[in-house]
Design a protein around this ligand. Structure first.
Ligand code: F0G
Length: 481
């Protein structure tokens, strides 16, 4: 009898690892819930092998889809959330949040604080209110939804990453930044620096680079904004890898970073250590607000229309309190040493098993280099090997995220051609305060087993959604053996 393609998948995934994840590693799964390869296969096929559509309750192996909003709250955060005030206007957590943002980022002078339910809502407010006031935004690296927000509002989003400094591969290329601004600064409403650069591998930006970029932007009278999701992790890398900062506290480094910008957007689901939350914070007197005198009020109105009163901004009073506590904890050495050390040890273990990853290892995730993973096999970029890898791992209850040829590529339906992005990664993002090394070793061993059998891995054929925007969230695939 001919073997069915899907039985090949279960046969391939029938292996044991040296390390098992702790039974309680995934808080969603009660210890008595166990799923078989076949049960997961049924769900994976139903989901079109799309990791976003796969039920999280089946992920006992490790859910490394995202580090966003997946934090396990501390007891202090839980306790604070119970004291949340659910008033419709000016809940008592709001002034505490504003005060904590001021203290965390060292914001001196007058700033406006707009709270949103998550980062992209803050980005949407910014880009939609700037619609028609420029054509181009320059950055070291836009994340997928950030790029989509810029593009949906009529801006071309241009990445100018400079990976030449080994410890700071998230830097922006200041020469190219200057070239662009010299030509058309009037078309650029702001320069955006993402710390750390998620698209480029969770890589940090150095203080020297931030300073240099600020100088260039200033020369051309262009505001500088930060996409600050992982600001504390970025500061940790500056402290440990940039000359002259060894003796500085994380807090003082954060203050120095933010003294250079005219404003920032932040998803508080990352270094806010919260399950929800975002903010847009702007200096009230800056080149940015002087160029757009109506901007602050327009954003306020947008917020009331889309999120709620600006003093809660789409968040519950309890969630606001978790952010207040989260921001106090995230800049401590104790937290950051453990956090970044865990991600580093996970990546180092993967390297010791032979799996090719991006080095140095970033702050929040390990990025598997898919082009090197499949080098020497029949797998070409258009076969979406990264998707196949993430698809098969679902059968072991492990979830990673493809951020490469499929997520950042584009399909032209008129020519039938794919355009590929510069990098082809699968990301293993480590949720904060949730996993221990043993859990991550298990994930690493699952990946290694597939790496050792990379010649046998199937191609991923998009069966629906290849031509859609943000296609990685919704596409369906078949595996071709
Ligand atoms: N900017 C960066 C650099 C991000 O990584 C994200 C989210 C956002 C903005 C948007 O924030 O999710 O609160 O709306 N990144 C998540 C991830 C989703 O998995 O990397 P959000």
């Amino acid at each position: 009898m001919q073997e069915l393609p899907n039985s090949k998948a279960t046969a391939l995934m029938q292996f044991e690892c040296a390390h098992s994840p702790r039974p309680h590693a995934n808080a969603l799964v009660r210890p008595h819930q166990r799923f078989t390869l076949e049960q997961r296969l049924t769900e994976a096929i139903r989901a079109g092998w799309n990791v976003f559509q796969f039920p999280s309750k089946m992920l006992q192996g490790g859910d490394l889809l995202s580090d966003s909003g997946t934090t396990t709250l501390t007891l202090e955060q839980f306790a604070a959330s119970i004291l949340g005030d659910e008033a419709y206007g000016s809940n008592w957590g709001y002034p505490q949040l504003v005060e904590t943002l001021k203290e965390t980022f060292g914001l001196e002078g007058a700033w406006k604080y707009y709270i949103f339910h998550q980062g992209r809502a803050a980005e949407h407010a910014l880009y939609s209110q700037l619609r028609g006031r420029g054509t181009l935004v320059l950055s070291n690296g836009f994340f997928d939804t950030t790029r989509a927000n810029a593009e949906a509002n009529g801006f071309l989003a241009v990445d100018l990453c400079d990976t030449s400094v080994q410890a700071f591969k998230g830097n922006i290329d200041c020469a190219r930044l200057e070239e662009n601004l010299k030509k058309q600064s009037a078309d650029v409403p702001f320069v955006l620096i993402t710390i750390t650069n998620n698209t480029g591998g969770g890589q940090p930006v150095s203080m020297a680079n931030l300073r240099a970029a600020q100088k260039v932007a200033d020369t051309y009278q262009t505001p500088l904004l930060l996409d600050a999701c992982r600001f504390a992790e970025n500061a940790w890398f500056i402290k440990h890898y940039e000359e002259g900062y060894e003796q500085h506290s994380i807090s003082s480094i954060v203050h120095e970073m933010f003294s250079l910008c005219d404003g920032f957007v932040i998803s508080l689901k990352k270094d806010g250590l919260a399950n929800m939350g975002g903010a847009l914070v702007l200096r009230t007197d800056s080149i940015f607000t002087r160029s757009h005198p109506d901007l602050l009020e327009n954003i306020y109105d947008h917020q009331v229309l889309t999120e709620g009163h600006p003093t809660y901004g789409g968040l519950t009073g309890g969630t606001i309190m978790t952010i207040v506590e989260g921001l106090k904890y995230v800049t401590t050495d104790q937290y950051l040493d453990g956090r970044i050390g865990l991600v580093r040890d996970f990546g180092t273990y993967l390297t010791s098993l032979g799996v090719p990853i991006l080095e140095p290892i970033g702050g929040h995730a390990v990025y598997i280099d898919i082009d090197r993973f499949f080098a020497g096999t029949r797998m070409r970029r258009e076969d979406f090997g990264g998707i196949s890898l993430t698809a098969l791992l679902l059968l072991k209850g492990v979830r990673l995220c493809e951020l490469g040829a499929f997520a950042f590529g584009k399909y032209d339906s008129s020519t039938g051609r794919e355009t590929f992005p510069p990098h082809n990664y699968v990301r293993a993002a480590v949720p904060r305060q949730k996993y221990e090394l043993q859990d991550l070793y298990h994930v690493a061993e699952c990946i290694q087993t597939l790496y050792d059998r990379r010649d046998e891995l199937p191609k991923a054929i998009p069966t629906w959604g290849r031509d859609k925007t943000l296609r990685h969230f919704k596409a369906r695939f078949a595996l071709e053996w």
